[in-house]
Design a protein around this ligand. Structure first.
Ligand code: KIV
Length: 255
């Protein structure tokens, strides 16, 4: 779906977004009809095994954006600008263009950085904002916007991001009533993760919703498939069969 069509979904139906980092998963999402795929810097944790997103580089993001773009030719792809890649307007422009060249159709960045967002939008680069919990700079991973002053800041930032020309704002881990207020106050799509049902759409980290990490299920996510068990069981069976000489059989062999 074209970005113009996706933008017009506000108030019509909920928008569906998932993260993806590789071609095969992206292809499944493309075929299933997801509205947008975010190549999130959460790949730092779920693909690269880091503690957080703070070590993710532009090279990481480019490689995985290219993979997702190869797998999902019909889906709008958002490339996440990693930490320190948009510290200046020049950095932001250069790195956003690199993500577009890698196959992204838009970029996402955390927080309200008016000069950077204005410059990207002026260059015709579609920008998705990200407010609430900002993992690239957060010292503590907790809900934001519970305090009145914090909630007012998030609302004001969302309005400013809309004025600057973003096409959407991710709201991460904020109370659902605040997300409702923001969603009603701005004309662009709000995409929630841990922000309740009132957002215009939802995004989840695909590894979380597929139950890839045994014992890890953040409150805001839902396990739609328990792949940790499915994959673990398949691998245990393979190990047993190879050890017992049950695999490969004649039909798996060449004569
Ligand atoms: O990197 C990511 O997966 C994200 C989502 C949490 C929105 O930014």
């Amino acid at each position: 779906m074209e970005l113009g069509e996706i933008k017009r979904l506000k108030g019509v139906r909920k928008v569906t977004v998932l993260t993806a980092y590789d071609a095969q998963t992206a292809k499944i999402m493309d075929t299933a009809g997801i509205d947008m795929i975010l190549v999130g810097d959460s790949l730092g944790m779920v693909v690269l095994g880091y503690e957080d997103t703070k070590q993710v580089t532009m090279e990481d993001m480019i490689r995985h954006t290219e993979a997702v773009a190869r797998g999902a030719p019909h889906t709008h792809i958002i490339g996440d600008l990693p930490i320190n890649s948009y510290d200046t307007v020049e950095d932001a422009l250069r790195n956003a263009r690199r993500l577009l060249e890698a196959g992204a159709h838009s970029v996402k960045l955390e927080g309200n950085k008016p000069e950077v967002v204005r410059a990207l939008v002026n260059e015709g680069i579609p920008v998705m904002g990200h407010l609430g919990l900002l993992p690239q700079t957060a010292e503590v991973m907790k809900v934001r916007g519970k305090k009145r002053s914090e909630a007012e800041r998030i609302l004001a930032d969302a309005k400013e991001l809309e004025e600057l020309g973003v096409f959407s704002v991710v709201l991460e881990c904020i109370p659902l009533n605040l997300a409702k207020q923001v969603t009603q106050a701005i004309g662009v799509l709000t995409i929630g993760i841990g922000a309740g049902v009132h957002c215009d759409g939802q995004v989840l980290v695909v590894n979380d919703m597929l139950g890839m990490d045994e014992g890890y299920s953040p409150k805001h996510s839902k396990i739609y498939a328990n792949l940790n068990d499915v994959i673990g069981e398949a691998i245990r069976t393979y190990i047993e069969e190879v050890k017992a000489g049950k695999f490969p059989k004649d039909k798996h062999s060449f004569h």
